[in-house]
Ligand binder design. Structure first.
Ligand code: ADP
Ligand code: MG
Length: 717
């Protein structure tokens, strides 16, 4: 009865009067129509104001307070023309989600009427009541409030809803003492770090026409769609975003008929709608397709400068979630909504580009660009090998643990897939063969000595957590629900450190009159002989690799708790503070928040498991047992059913007692101890409950089973 009402409520909730895309909308007209683009802004500002703002946007100069009012007025006018009634400072707290607090443009006047107002002060700085955002203790010692600061490098945009629209201003979120309380601030700082390190390296290569180097990111998003009818009948999906129970149906993804299959009508309508909204937000969505699991899909944009890409990625998740509801669907972004079925990741494609249009990870046509490429590639190899722990940590969460290490996702061991051709080039450099014809040309590249560098190598290794894919690296361990900001920050910082180190080594050699190309070859040789162990082109899922990785001394951090623990290692605090990206306190705050989220997530799952098992599954199974035992006809079927029911119900009950005991305590006072308790006691107890419950799902009569099963959820489209 209760279930029925919930479902009805969910089903009857519909947006009305919402603009859905019509086939006559021209995509190019729609694109960025809800974005305050630089062009739009330029047209609305006087030349001097525009120039001042441009200096901020392109070169990171501080915002001139004198122009703030003018810019704010232009923004407000544009937003109100677009139908906006409110504005918000839009930011990325450490929850990994986005936050917004809307303020109306309306300002009452003394004569009882109202005017619209939005001042420069309101544009530049906001003060959300932020005391409930996680801060890892950063705010506690000083000042409870935090403030948001306008990020002029990411464009403002309009978010629409049924009855209007809101002007969203991307902002950074910090404490009054200047400590970063969000994911954007360190990302912006890390871009600066990468920029200056790369500039130094480019200088060594004699490239002097570059003024800005940025990392670029294109993030592929995997997600599930299920009918909301089932979602609201599953407390685990509602509260935890994943199923805590569910026997595998006779058919899962074995037939491999879903991947790249034709997209069902209803799903395609949903996708078109979501894409239309994303286009309006200026998000260059490019591809869509069915993923491996039934009910699983993927969407990917064209890459952008990484700060903008990170903002856009948050919007992609938000639009997918909101739009699904219009079609009676729920979008699951969880890394592992269904056990035994493929999980969802977010492949973060990452590269480094100059404002002159050079992709530094793209093998080029000339020996010079090829040397540049090998240099940056070597920096990535060194960075990944030296900071395996950080790459594992920046994707660590309770939900991603179900995916990493399982046999269908990148393992929890970091390694790089380079492809055979590129690997061979590095191996030849190490063995000295690659430099044989150094006289004939720089590095001998383009000569018969070395094969031409692979361009867009065809090799599609899917099992590597970190793969070179022709002109970029693809970090595949990132979880589908997480913010990409911290992973990008880590990549920027570790690669910047390696670039500086390698550049310093080359410089030291050239100062001693070693020719530049010889110095470069020496450094490449040095990098690959020390860090080549991180390169693995084989099957990352195989148990052979796990053994091999151990022999190579690679780090294996199977659980998020192991990984998060490493964040405050001296190596890491030094790295982040030297790069001016995170102070020790800021880094520690992130560690605290990660642990906090880990333990709370598992705690909620543990209690939800107990609750569902006690109030739905056990009663369902007992009522079927009562029915079967009530059959007063001698029958082997009755005896067998009753006996296997009774045994499995007892196992469930025993496991429930253990889970109840584990749930009853928190395992300590600090988040470290609590997280370990969750991992070591709660998760195994949950698992035992699940094993018994899933066994019951296979023997209890369907009409006694209280939950929709995997069959319904995955195959109703
Ligand atoms: P896959 O075959 O892995 O599905 P695609 O070739 O379709 O991947 O591209 C994946 C993503 O990589 C896209 O979002 C694309 O924009 C992005 N990408 C391409 N080049 C770069 C680059 N230089 N920097 C960052 N991302 C890039
Ligand atoms: Mg990919």
């Amino acid at each position: 009865m209760y279930e029925y009402e919930v479902t009805t409520a969910a089903r009857n909730w519909r947006l009305e009067g919402v603009k859905t895309p019509s086939p006559s909308d021209v995509v190019t007209d729609v694109f960025a129509s809800d974005v305050l683009t630089t062009e739009e802004l330029r047209q609305r500002l006087s030349k001097p104001v525009w120039r001042s703002l441009q200096a901020t946007m392109e070169r990171g100069a501080a915002v001139d307070p004198a122009i703030a009012d003018t810019v704010a007025l232009a923004m407000k006018t544009w937003a109100m023309e677009k139908g906006a009634t409110h504005y918000t400072h839009w930011f990325q707290p450490l929850t990994g989600l986005t936050a917004e607090k809307h303020e109306s443009f309306v300002m009452p006047t003394s004569d009882g009427t109202a005017i619209s107002q939005f001042s420069g002060k309101e544009l530049i700085q906001g003060e959300p009541d932020a005391s409930s955002f996680p801060s890892g203790g950063l705010r506690a010692t000083f000042e409870a409030r935090g403030y948001t600061a306008w990020d002029p490098t990411s464009p403002a945009f309009i978010m629409r809803h049924g009855n209007g629209a809101t002007l969203c201003i991307p902002t950074a979120f910090a404490s009054w003492t200047g400590e970063a309380l969000d994911h954007k601030t360190p990302l912006l700082r890390s871009m600066e770090t990468l920029h200056s390190a790369s500039m130094k390296a480019l200088g060594l290569f004699g490239i002097n026409d570059v003024t800005k180097v940025s990392s670029t990111v294109g993030a592929e998003q995997e997600y599930f769609l299920i009918d909301e009818e089932f979602f609201y009948r599953r407390p685990d999906l509602m509260l935890c975003g994943r199923t805590l129970f569910g026997a595998r149906p006779p058919r899962g993804q074995e037939l491999e008929d879903h991947y790249f299959g034709s997209i069902p009508e209803r799903i395609l309508t949903f996708m078109t709608d979501a894409e239309h909204q994303l286009y309006a937000l200026g998000i260059p969505i490019k591809t869509r397709h069915n993923e491996v699991a039934p009910g699983q899909y993927e969407v990917a944009p064209i890459f952008e400068q990484s700060n903008v890409a990170a903002d856009h990625q948050q919007l992609v998740m938000q639009v997918l979630r909101n739009t699904a509801r219009k079609y009676g669907l729920v979008c699951l972004l969880h890394e592992k909504p269904f056990a035994g079925i493929n999980g969802s990741g977010k492949h973060v494609n990452w590269s480094v580009a100059t404002d002159t249009g050079l992709n530094l990870l793209e093998p080029g046509d000339t020996p010079q660009t090829n040397m540049l490429f090998l240099f940056f590639c070597a920096a990535v190899i060194k960075a990944v090998d030296e900071h395996q722990d950080l790459l594992r940590t920046c994707v660590a969460s309770a939900s991603n643990d179900h995916r990493l290490g399982a046999n269908e996702a990148p393992p929890a061991i970091m390694s790089i897939f380079l492809g055979d051709e590129l690997t061979e080039i590095f191996e030849r450099i190490v063995s000295g063969k690659g430099t044989a014809s150094r006289k004939a040309g720089l590095l001998g590249l383009g000569s018969p000595v070395l094969p031409p560098l692979p361009r867009h190598a065809g090799d599609r290794n899917r099992t590597s957590p970190f793969a070179f894919t022709g002109n970029k690296f693809e970090f595949r361990a990132v979880g589908s629900s997480q913010s990409v900001s911290f992973p990008i920050t880590v990549l920027n910082v570790i690669v910047a450190e390696a670039i500086l180190d390698l550049a310093g080594k080359i410089e030291a050699k050239t100062k001693k009159k070693v020719a530049f190309d010889a110095a470069l070859v020496d450094v490449l040789k040095d990098v690959y002989s020390h860090h080549g162990r991180i390169v693995f082109n084989g099957d990352g899922y195989s148990s052979k690799w796990h053994k091999e990785a151990e022999k190579r001394g690679l780090l294996s951090l199977p659980t998020a708790v192991d990984a998060i623990e490493r964040l405050m290692d001296t190596k890491n605090t030094k790295l982040f503070s030297k790069a001016n990206v995170l102070t020790d306190r800021e880094l520690e705050a992130r560690q605290e928040v990660m642990f906090d989220q880990y333990f709370k997530t598992v705690n909620i799952e543990g209690e939800t498991t107990e609750w569902m098992a006690r109030t739905q599954i056990l009663p369902g199974a007992l009522s079927f047992l009562r029915e079967v035992s009530g059959i007063n006809i001698p029958s082997r079927a009755v005896d067998r059913t009753a006996s296997s029911l009774a045994t499995t119900i007892d196992s469930l009950s025993d496991a429930l007692e253990r889970l109840g005991a584990a749930n009853a305590e928190l395992g300590g006072d600090d988040v470290h101890a609590k997280s370990r308790h969750m991992r070591d006691n709660v998760l195994p107890a949950m698992n035992d409950v699940r094993v018994a419950a899933d066994a019951l799902e296979r023997i209890v009569a369907h009409d006694h089973w209280p939950l929709p099963g995997y069959r319904e959820m995955l195959f109703v489209k």
